[in-house]
Write a protein that binds this ligand. Sequence first.
Ligand SMILES: NC(=O)c1ccc[n+]([C@@H]2O[C@H](COP(=O)([O-])OP(=O)(O)OC[C@H]3O[C@@H](n4cnc5c(N)ncnc54)[C@H](OP(=O)(O)O)[C@@H]3O)[C@@H](O)[C@H]2O)c1
Length: 279
Amino acid sequence: MKPHRFGPRQDAVASIGQGTWQFDGGDRQAAVAALVRGIELGMTHIDTAELYGEAEPMVAEAIQGRRDQVFLVSKVLPSNASRRGTIQACERSLRRLRTDRLDCYLLHWRGSHPLADTLAAFDELERAGKIRSWGVSNFDVSDLEEARAIAGPGRIACNQVLYHLRERSIEHAVLPWCEANQVAVVGYSPFGHGRFPRPNTPGGQVLAAIAGDHGATPRQVALRFLARRPSLFAIPKASSSEHAEENAGAGDLQLSDAELARIDAAFPAGPQQAELPML
Ligand SMILES: NC(=O)c1ccc[n+]([C@@H]2O[C@H](COP(=O)([O-])OP(=O)(O)OC[C@H]3O[C@@H](n4cnc5c(N)ncnc54)[C@H](OP(=O)(O)O)[C@@H]3O)[C@@H](O)[C@H]2O)c1
């Protein structure tokens, strides 16, 4: 699994990671086993959140004895993101995850608490060694500018945003801003939250043809496209080991410029949206 450099700290982080939203909806043991399998295959970038119900305790099971291999990310809910509330939320997440630190801690989306208070709490958590870096999620350029104005340059590790083949609006302004400011862009819902292009559609046929040429699958091709630049990461969620194995297979896939151009043409970036959609 090829690592990419993550944000201003330049940590080497797996470009294809693992999400955990709605991870607790089915067979718990199978889901934990999928996460373990994914880690074994190099998808060591694990994304969770206090919002995701039982996901944090499930992640705790999966990373038991493997904590040092993993780049662990969790998120504070906007409703908890006051100065004091952020610290308490992080401590609850650390207990649920049975670890003493997060590699990155994110504000899940903008809420009503002043951003300065949330970022002051992140700073305090970082100084206490409870988080190694912090980032944001669902931030548009104006939010990013505000965060940079409060925290100073070189502080925001990542912006986690919706990014899949049929939703590429971040490419217009958010991605360029992040690249100019050394902020990692972590694309969530890379399979469109389960709505992956069907094989009988024109786009699905392009993915299948490219996949065929590499002995790969359309999903692997999609993940590689979504993580094609050094600034980009993708965090698919899989609750079966079979799915985790397939997703990890995207890690070493190499697509040529011509193949990337064919995917680009099959799934055009479309118009810029005024605001990023929130969860
Ligand atoms: N920051 C935010 O606001 C935000 C919002 C949404 C998501 N996220 C993060 O991003 C992660 C990923 O997004 P997502 O969960 O919305 O959706 P997703 O990863 O786009 O899609 C997940 C769906 O794809 C299926 N799947 C995964 N691998 C597969 C494979 N190889 N073959 C066939 N099906 C496969 C999963 O099925 P199985 O479960 O059956 O394997 C599940 O139904 C989340 O889990 C979460 O960590 C963050």
